[in-house]
Design a binder for this molecule. Sequence first.
Ligand code: ZN
Length: 233
Amino acid sequence: MRARIFTEGVQQCVGYFIIPAMLPKSIRKLIEEFSKLPGVGPKSAQRLAMHLLRTPDSRVNGLSDAVRELKEGIVFCDKCWNISDQNPCPICESQARDRGKVCVVEEVLDAAAIEKTGDYDGLYHVLHGVLSPVDGVGVEELKINELIKRVRDSREEGGGDDGEDCSVTKIREVILATNPSLEGEATALYLQRALMEYDVEVTRIARGLPTGGHIEYSDDITISRALKGRGGF
Ligand code: ZN
């Protein structure tokens, strides 16, 4: 927990940073709110607030409208749990995609990053986190049971393996694309075991060296995995 914020009295502190008491209350409030955002320290928050003060009204209103509309116009797709402006989301509704393939990711932005490559034509499933007992995140806190039900239902009800016209397509492959972190690996392992009984192929994304990286500076695990996951040239 980064910031202890004292709102009582004249002085206001964000961590060890004291918001100048001479500033009007509305600016102090904005600095306090900005500094709660990830990656924004109190000094950046102060700069942002002062920048907005100098910005023309129309642009400030545009920003405040965008923030307000963020929550109003967004829904969760109840199939893949990605965010969208419609339910089901356009990806889940698309018949042009390979509906037998589901890529499981931790967060919405992971799905967006994979989608941006243009190399994946299947569906997604967003877990909204990873298993982390230390932080009190268990199966119930994530969309894990929803994934298992999705696979089970598709295996029981699904008819179309290869593009047959059918409302539910059998899921043939579940690609586990959680991060290669301790929690990401544990979550992938849990899912692999949980999906074992459903006659579905469960795969894990390959791990290796990043583009622009150097073997010399990479850790042993990365090098070893890159070697194990080598493919034809
Ligand atoms: Zn969806």
